[in-house]
Unconditional design. Structure first.
Length: 208
């Protein structure tokens, strides 16, 4: 799956949310990151948001269920995940919200507030887009029950190694960008793209 074509991510945008979002009737105003993600996805006509960075991941609570979410986690060289799982960042952020005399009310609000589920986890390396393998595919361990549809593997995948990665890590899908890029490292090479898809399909056929 090509990040550029299939989903959007809010990265570093600092503009204020559009008026229609700022005026939304809610006890909790939309976070800046959530407003930017919603606006970007609506403008582009896409229904999947890929969440990179803590700000984007924290915005999960404020994203509508109509947006499917890919939650990016980073794996170390040993396969251990160094990013908080869905819900952990939100839980940490709630600590300050339940202080004070009326803290019990805020705690009740927290329990009923917003979404904490994602559609997919995406496991990438410490340097996304570098073309380097995320980790030892044999050792990566993804938390169970953290997503609705499973998880995706990214990082250093090419037409030559994607079948091996699928066999060793057993993800539900893969994410590729630089591994099918042309000489400039950005534009996609149609031959590489076709070879990548063929390798994935061949693995799937043999795995049945």
């Amino acid at each position: 799956m090509d990040r550029g074509r299939n989903h959007c991510a809010a990265r570093g945008a600092r503009r204020r949310a559009p008026p229609r979002l700022r005026s939304a009737q809610s006890r909790y105003s939309l976070s800046d990151a959530a407003a930017q993600i919603i606006s970007a996805c609506d403008s582009a006509g896409v229904s999947v948001a890929q969440l990179h960075g803590d700000a984007s991941r924290l915005s999960l609570l404020d994203l509508p269920e109509r947006l499917r979410c890919i939650y990016v986690m980073t794996a170390g060289a040993d396969g251990s995940l160094v990013t908080a799982a869905p819900g952990e960042l939100q839980l940490e952020a709630s600590v300050n919200a339940v202080s004070g005399a009326q803290g019990w009310r805020k705690a009740v609000d927290w329990v009923s507030r917003g979404r904490r589920t994602v559609d997919w986890l995406l496991v990438d390396g410490c340097q996304p887009g570098s073309g380097q393998a995320a980790c030892d595919w044999r050792t990566v361990r993804v938390p169970r029950g953290a997503s609705r549809r499973g998880w995706l593997l990214a990082g250093g995948l090419t037409p030559d190694n994607v079948a091996q990665a699928l066999a060793q890590a057993s993800p539900q899908g893969v994410d590729v960008a630089s591994g099918v890029a042309g000489p400039d490292g950005v534009a996609k090479d149609p031959i590489k793209v076709e070879a990548f898809i063929h390798a994935v399909r061949m693995h799937a056929a043999l795995a049945v």
